[in-house]
Ligand binder design. Structure first.
Ligand SMILES: Cc1ncc(COP(=O)(O)O)c(C=O)c1O
Length: 439
């Protein structure tokens, strides 16, 4: 049913008299004629709405709060500008992401640098830029950072990333990060020892401001995060009691899931955030801790629904009794998630939006991998060459994970901002493909 599928698109999505999908009144079929395919379209209003939902939910916290966007979900300078205009900070995970954030005009103090193996270069760039918080992941990084801070005679404000050994249920093991067997972060006992040592060194230029956790991505139940926050509050209490630490910042990471498919449950933001708020407020009261600033760093739930990927059908292959493949002009290179995580999507024909959908087909990309299947099974009208396939919920971890496999050109990105259409990333050109080559 197309109406169920349309509910997954940006909130301003409708169907016009030509039976074409429109976003904020813009005919997406016309956009594909103007900009070509594959094309990624973001409805900026949907991102603003998600930010507002987080903000309204966070307003119920009795202490101060900060909303930070996990820019690994999708980053370009126009998005940095959007986030900055909303005073949303940025979680960055490399010197490259610091660079893009700064190109977009982000306030360096609003950046948090993550990464389980930050290089000296990453750390140097962070110090030089004046990144607000460095989220230290392991002892080697802490030693390196302390050395660099001393050499530069510059203080560095840090959080420790804690791996609290709490599992969240996500759709794939690769998106779980908070269990004991994780490459990320300090186990609790190590974190305690490291923090004690750091706090004992009154001359250190590395200043421990807070604790951080991130349990995984695309989970649907917030209760494990609440439990894990309790473990961090236990650690903060010990450090207060034994090292006189004044605990002032607590980051609960991101990870809240989104609806990708009509069968998925609704994913309102308020109950997720209020579960975290209750855990922190009650946990602090129980331990007689003063309330820290509460920081959240969602990625997917801020931008996924805003994005729509548009592809052109090139052909179909009918294998009687087996399957029908509808081939489109993008796939693995612009969206590796189905191959990487068996991610499930839906789609409709943007130029025949409400037609009956009598056949179940697989949507295949053009790349030289049998795993280049965007969707294993979706109901569609009988799709013909030239039809436009629209895949909703395409805004997160698609373009940011895209590649040039088979020398694919990375797609153009359009922002729809009310009546305005803005090309925010041009399609790559052949020249881009050889730009780094040395003859
Ligand atoms: C440290 C950290 N914070 C936040 C996020 C954002 O997660 P999500 O996009 O699922 O909200 C991620 C991504 O996995 C992450 O690694």
């Amino acid at each position: 049913m197309t109406s169920n599928k349309l509910a997954l698109f940006p909130s301003s999505t409708a169907v016009n008299h030509q039976n074409h999908v429109t976003i904020n009144g813009h005919d997406v079929v016309e956009l594909t004629q103007q900009f070509g395919t594959p094309l990624y379209v973001y409805d900026v209003e949907t991102i603003h709405q998600q930010i507002t939902s987080y903000r309204q939910a966070l307003a119920n916290y009795s202490g101060s709060t900060q909303l930070t966007y996990a820019s690994k979900a999708f980053l370009c300078t126009a998005l940095v500008q959007l986030m900055s205009s909303e005073e949303v900070g940025l979680d960055v995970a490399s010197a490259g992401e610091i660079f893009i954030a700064r190109q977009g005009g982000a306030d360096p103090a609003s950046l948090h640098l993550h990464g389980n193996n930050k290089t000296s270069f990453d750390l140097k760039e962070a110090l030089q830029a004046g990144v607000g918080r460095i989220v230290v992941d392991n002892i080697h990084e802490l030693d390196r950072l302390a050395e660099m801070a001393a050499e530069r005679n510059q203080s560095a404000n840090i959080w420790l990333r804690i791996t609290p050994d709490v599992a969240v249920e996500t759709v794939h093991a690769y998106t779980v990060t908070g269990t004991a067997d994780s490459k990320f972060g300090f186990p609790l006992d190590q974190a305690e020892a490291v923090a004690q040592k750091l706090l004992a060194d009154k001359n250190s230029l590395v200043k421990l401001k807070g604790l951080h956790l991130h349990l995984g991505s695309h989970f649907h139940d917030a209760s494990p995060v609440a439990r894990a926050l309790g473990r961090l509050l236990d650690l903060a209490t010990k450090l207060r009691d034994e090292a006189n630490w004044s605990f002032s910042e607590l980051c609960a990471g991101g990870g809240w899931g989104v609806r990708y498919h009509p069968d998925d449950p609704p994913m309102p933001i308020e109950p997720f955030v209020s579960g975290l708020i209750t855990a922190v407020e009650q946990g602090c009261r129980k331990r007689d801790l003063s309330l820290p600033q509460l920081i959240l760093e969602p990625g997917r739930s801020l931008v996924a629904q805003a994005g729509v990927a548009l592809y052109t059908v090139g052909g179909r292959k009918v294998i009687p009794g087996v399957r029908t493949y509808v081939s489109v002009d993008g796939g693995l290179a612009d969206n590796p998630r189905p191959a990487l995580y068996e991610a499930k999507y839906t789609a409709l024909l943007a130029n025949r939006a409400t037609e009956p959908e009598p056949e179940t087909v697989a949507i295949a990309g053009p790349f030289c991998e049998s795993g280049d299947i965007l969707i294993q099974a979706v109901d569609l009208p009988v799709a013909c060459p030239g039809d436009i396939v629209a895949v909703p919920v395409a805004g997160a971890y698609q373009l940011s994970m895209s590649s040039n496999y088979n020398a694919a050109l990375k797609p153009a990105v359009i922002f729809i901002e009310g009546s305005e259409i803005k090309l925010v990333q041009r399609r790559e050109t052949f020249e881009d493909l050889v730009r780094r080559d040395v003859l």
